[in-house]
Design a protein. Structure first.
Length: 386
């Protein structure tokens, strides 16, 4: 068998998925497919699939709409919130435009209040995310929220979610997560076979695809191709291995990845929403109560909006070992209070318990800090090399 030494064309398909999805979603809607838009990985996609709809990520990672958002929202608000609102308000996000329904969540106070204004121009359903992950009352609340969400979808789309449909949706999403996890865990290979930018582009792009089965096949193909390259020694040069943790990434915040990889580092792991945070844990398919199984999985996502966030610490701890990490970079968006405050705990864990270098990077959606980011990251990587 001839071993391919170049990534297949499907790699570029993932990379272009968000842009091309802008064109596909109009055709998708014209064919009569219902679409649910969402901003957060806390939203249980299995219910959306089981009711016969498709869930798509909404635009929230560009600065082009922030000026429009600041006409209504405070200037010192988190850029992700302003971008989400501005793109929606100005109707610049095709995914938002063609969504029959937007499902929102109370992951932070800023988003929760912003959603009040968004309801003025879009049908929006708000899920209450518990703030205390390990309390029994939180689990009861979240279970009830999932029941309420299920019933709302059934009423809105005039279709009952059968047990069989929910079982099939759980199976599909578990297979999707497994395929995605197998792909991004290529970062554990030493030496690296993929750049951090390649890993991120594929994982981020998978959130803008419309066919889960096809996406699963493409993940499998990419993983097999990369492993074949690794087996014949077609790998990348050795560099300091970096784990990125912190806020959701995408769009302009990819400047952090560029700053690392353009200055001699290699991003091998991402502990964030765009890659691993919501993927590592599968839904327990052996649990008879499927709503409970879903509630347990989604409530355990290690987001800084919940206390106490031991889940995030545990995942970082595992990833430091599994990916043989040399340093940790904590990327936090300006005025993202939950992640800003939690950064001290991450710093203490990395430096004191794991004795691994840590750097905090605070940024926004502008390009004005690229020079400063490059300077700081270059110094951090030089220290790792020394």
């Amino acid at each position: 068998m001839k071993v391919k030494t170049e990534l297949p064309d499907v790699f570029q398909e993932f990379n272009d998925a968000r842009r091309e999805g802008f064109l596909k979603i109009k055709e998708f809607k014209e064919e009569g497919h219902p679409v649910v838009g969402a901003y957060c990985t806390y939203i249980p996609e299995e219910f959306v699939i089981a009711v016969g709809a498709t869930m798509i990520g909404l635009c929230s990672t560009t600065e082009e709409s922030i000026d429009d958002a600041e006409e209504d929202l405070p200037r010192n608000l988190c850029p992700l919130i302003k971008s989400s609102y501005g793109m929606a308000k100005m109707d610049k996000c095709p995914y938002f435009h063609f969504s029959d329904l937007v499902v929102a969540e109370t992951t932070c106070d800023g988003k929760t209040k912003m959603y009040e204004y968004m309801t003025e121009f879009k049908r929006l359903y708000l899920m209450e995310v518990p703030r205390f992950r390990h309390q029994e009352q939180s689990r009861i609340l979240w279970y009830q929220e999932l029941i309420r969400f299920k019933e709302y979808l059934e009423d809105y789309f005039q279709k009952e979610i059968s047990d069989r449909a929910l079982d099939d949706a759980i199976d599909l999403m578990n297979r999707f997560r497994t395929a995605k996890r197998n792909f991004y865990r290529l970062g554990t290979l030493l030496p690296s076979v993929l750049s951090g930018h390649d890993i991120f582009s594929v994982c981020y792009g998978s959130g803008f695809t419309f066919n889960k089965e096809e996406t699963i096949k493409n993940f499998v193909l990419l993983t097999e191709e990369a492993l074949a390259r690794y087996e014949v020694g077609d790998t990348l040069e050795a560099r300091p291995r970096i784990l990125i943790t912190g806020c959701p990434m995408g769009g302009v915040t990819e400047k952090i990845i560029d700053a690392i990889e353009n200055n001699g580092g290699r991003v091998v792991a991402y502990e964030n929403c765009s890659v691993s945070k919501s993927v590592e844990q599968l839904v327990d398919e052996d649990e008879p109560d499927k709503v409970k199984a879903l509630a347990d999985k989604y409530l355990n996502i290690g987001c800084a909006c919940a206390s106490s966030n031991d889940t995030r610490i545990d995942l970082i701890d595992e990833m430091i070992d599994d990916y043989q990490v040399d340093g940790v970079i904590d990327m936090v968006l300006q005025n993202c209070v939950p992640f800003m405050v939690e950064s001290l705990r991450i710093k203490r864990f990395c430096q004191d318990k794991r004795e691994i270098p840590y750097m905090y990077l605070e940024t926004d959606y502008s390009q004005s800090d690229i020079g400063q980011l490059n300077t700081r990251v270059a110094a951090f990587i030089e220290m790792l090399e020394g």
